[in-house]
Ligand binder design. Sequence first.
Ligand SMILES: Nc1ncnc2c1ncn2[C@@H]1O[C@H](COP(=O)(O)OP(=O)(O)OP(=O)(O)O)[C@@H](O)[C@H]1O
Length: 563
Amino acid sequence: MRPVGSKYLLEEPLGRGATGTVWRARQRETAGAEAAVAGQPGETVAIKVLKEELAGDPDIVMRFLRERAVLLRLTHPNIVRVRDLVVEGDLLALVMDLVDGPDLHRYLRENGPFTPVAASLLTAQIADALAASHADGVVHRDLKPANVLLQQYDGRMHPMLTDFGIARLADSPGLTRTHEFVGTPAYIAPESAEGRPQTSAVDIYGAGILLYELVTGRPPFSGGTALEVLHQHLSAEPRRPSTVPDPLWTVIERCLRKSPEQRPSAENLARGLRVVAEGIGVHANAAQIAAAEGVGALLAPDPAPAAVPGVPGAADPTQVLPTNAPQGAYDPNAATSFLPHTGGPVGAADPTAVLPNTGAADPTAVMPPMPQGPPGGQGQQPEQPHPWQSQLRAARDRNEQTQIQYLDPDADPLRRRPQRQAARPQQQPRQAPQARPQRPQPRGQQQAPAGYGHPQQQPQQYAPQQQPQRYAPPAPEPQRPAREPRAPRQRSANPMKIPGLGCLKGCLFTIVILIIASWLIYELTPLHTWIGHGKGYWHQVKDLVGSVSHLVKKLGSSSGSGN
Ligand SMILES: Nc1ncnc2c1ncn2[C@@H]1O[C@H](COP(=O)(O)OP(=O)(O)OP(=O)(O)O)[C@@H](O)[C@H]1O
């Protein structure tokens, strides 16, 4: 167990995000006066320990300290309370109330979409939290289901917005120097994607995406890469799913307006959603139905939206399309990313939309600093590729160089033995493996949080977005089984070993057989009386050998004298 400051002990990690790791922790002693909640020894809390990249930046530490008061004073029934901030050496940590329950992203994944009524009521509470924070001048900027925790009490689920101010902290001058900003591509408002000035309306856009995801199970904009998703935020209109009632669609559509000035205020959003929930419920009366149908009139924009101070590139309306592009199938629920800005017009990013496929990128990665262009990017030569494009190209080139291809073992120069043979036709690269099978979704009745209406009759199973066809490295060769230790060589049945004789062994054996056979024939037949006149076999053989050698000698001497 690791101590955090003198007052807390980290017990076990609850999860990891882009900005840090959240731990279940225990209070050792009562916190000092600087904490918003003193707490009691033994009390369990949640502590978000910020990443070293953040904690190691003096600008961020300064901002952390400056924002302390804002973070500690944000209290609302639908906001996870920050109890204390710990700055100690290179450690920055936020001590929060521990929420006993899943986050909304996990809940959706496990239970499928909500009914329109349940989705409206849940989002209304999130809008309440936003209204309170916007009134205090705090913009969340990273609204997404993973940042909504579902607290369970009294058998009900109660949404609690967390990670308030984290985006704001991470967006300190320390990071803006590097032309980066914080966000999650599936939930990023168009103005954030373009690096335009941001206001509290970015949270309304996030609420619209979240509401859409609650009723359909997926966010409205998807694509193969983060860049594609961002393009859609900028230019595509969300498609209306057939299951969404008219009044609810009016609310979603207004939240997802490209122009921030046309989105409702958080307060009006909360009110509108409650009117919709009443009007689309099965027990709605005529007046409620009529009110829901007229919800558009309630969704007035905020006349004085809270501005996001010090947004990178806020002064540069030409900055477009940031992405850290997890280049591979894009996960809409990827963690918050630090996204580098690009310069150049929107269209300039089009060629780079075909991004090199580097596989699953670490969604928590902080992109390397981008070289600074001229202030505002205004003076940039149109023909010069933006550093971001150059970086993409370099990554693509690297990829091409290191492309993995199946190599026929016979064609492998490291394995091939020098031998003459006709050139083989080159083997085709192997087919990419089939897409991974989808995880089986939990079946059975969907359980909506109590208090949010009944589950849908036919709960739509949440399914991850269809991943587009993409290059996949070939399947690794199946691992060869480890070679069995070689079995001791089988000895021949004939234990006799005559070194150097080789196949003569058989001849020798044949001669022995012939000798034995001739001996038997000589002894057992009348041959010995006819030929040998009673002499024994060996005697006869000796005589025979003697007369043969005599004959050979005689022949030799006669041929010698003849010469
Ligand atoms: N106060 C809390 N009480 C209990 N669990 C929490 C609390 N805050 C966060 N968690 C859990 O910790 C995990 C990580 O949280 P974190 O906010 O770091 O991740 P995230 O929101 O998924 O990522 P990102 O930083 O990209 O927004 C989540 O699964 C969340 O459910």
